[in-house]
Design a protein around this ligand. Sequence first.
Ligand code: DQA
Length: 151
Amino acid sequence: ASVLILNGPNLNLLGTREPGIYGAQTLKDVEALCQDTAAGLGLSADCRQSNHEGQLLDWIHEAGREQAEGRLIGAVLNAGAYTHTSVALHDAIKGTGLRVIEVHISNVHAREPFRHHSYLSPAAAGIVVGFGTEGYRLAIEGLHRLATTES
Ligand code: DQA
């Protein structure tokens, strides 16, 4: 089985983007960490990034079908700023039943008030916030644990 790693807007800039907040690791580094973590659990990681909300929606729909067929355990989703704006992403997670762990590299609750609300959290199975890029590893491990105890 596989795990989908979905990164949203501006996460392609990791490494050079506000390194004081997001760290020095690039998206490539994060994806390698995810591959490594997944492999350790006997899974393969399907890593994707898009700056486009509609593309993320299409991938979530596809993932929902794969999860239903037992080929995917769920998704780790860092939706970037769409976290705070997107009812459509909320609806896609709810509508597909996709098992999602919401990830934020930074502790969004210690930042600007507009980052304190997430449209995704009510639809997520779990949330990992503020652990830096290590959060992706924790999220994959948590997702694996949930998926194996649920099904
Ligand atoms: C983020 C936090 C969001 O508020 C921000 O818009 C991002 C990254 C994080 O990983 O800390 O793009 O999701």
